[in-house]
Design a protein around this ligand. Structure first.
Ligand SMILES: Cc1cc2nc3c(=O)[nH]c(=O)nc-3n(C[C@H](O)[C@H](O)[C@H](O)COP(=O)(O)OP(=O)(O)OC[C@H]3O[C@@H](n4cnc5c(N)ncnc54)[C@H](O)[C@@H]3O)c2cc1C
Length: 215
């Protein structure tokens, strides 16, 4: 997406589609990057939040990217952190529309339930697939509690970093990882240790991708 900012600068930023391919509208979901500890506020996300609304015109390219839902029948792991949840919503909606041909495990890591983007969308999609959403938060008020169908709490939240010994991943699982660099990079070796083949792990890093891919 490209925007001309009030100072005349022309800025390009990638944003994932958080809608399903068959939806009549394209949707993006943008986390505002606020000023923090001397760092300035993000230029384009602030502009989108402050200045863009109904009737605004933006220049966008056709969708493209590294991580697309594959056509295999193999079990699937969709893992996101932070704003990376946006990429997975479209995939989950697509899986819901085509019918659950394969076991799907969905995990998400975030600071808290209140910063978890598109939480209710993700929960609904996962429920529609007959699966369970696995969530890890740095701050969780009620640890390890199962909340059935409530709109104000995640399905099942644990405290701390994602632990992929539970849920157990079926043999042959392929994975898509989306999120800011550090969390996505940390998850990959854990998946390889859990038996996934490096080539079966797709990733989309929402920021500079400094990944040293061994496989
Ligand atoms: C494949 C991909 C998909 C993405 N999908 C999404 C999505 O769906 N939703 C979403 O919200 N984002 C997504 N992003 C991230 C998005 O593209 C932008 O990077 C994000 O919105 C920040 O852009 P910005 O212009 O607001 O911040 P920028 O102005 O680019 O700043 C980025 C960061 O750098 C800091 N910074 C800027 N200048 C300085 C400085 N002089 N000194 C120190 N720090 C500084 C800012 O404080 C900010 O934290 C995606 C990224 C990629 C690569």
């Amino acid at each position: 997406m490209a925007s001309e900012l009030p100072d005349g600068a022309f800025q390009l930023r990638p944003y994932s589609l958080s809608s399903a391919p068959e939806d009549p509208l394209w949707r993006i979901t943008v986390r505002r990057s606020r000023s923090d500890g001397g760092r300035p506020a993000g230029e384009v996300s602030s502009f989108l939040h402050d200045r863009v609304g109904i009737g605004s015109t933006l220049l966008v390219s056709p969708p493209f990217g590294e991580v697309v839902l594959d056509d295999f029948d193999a079990p699937l792991l969709l893992a996101s952190s932070g704003i990376g949840a946006t990429s997975l919503v479209g995939m989950l909606r697509r899986l819901g529309a085509t019918g659950p041909r394969r076991p799907v495990t969905v995990v998400h890591a975030d600071r808290s339930a209140w910063t978890h983007p598109l939480r209710f969308d993700v929960e609904r999609c996962v429920r529609d697939l007959g699966e369970r959403l696995h969530v890890w938060y740095e701050d969780v008020w009620y640890e390890d509690v199962w909340y059935e169908d409530t709109e104000d709490a995640p399905a099942h939240a644990r405290r701390g970093p994602v632990d992929l010994t539970e849920p157990e991943l079926p043999p042959g699982t392929r994975a898509h990882l989306c999120g800011p660099g550090s969390s996505t990079r940390e998850l990959r070796p854990a998946l390889v240790r859990a038996g996934l083949t490096p080539k079966g792990i797709g990733h989309e890093v929402f920021g500079p991708d400094l990944w040293q891919d061994p496989g």
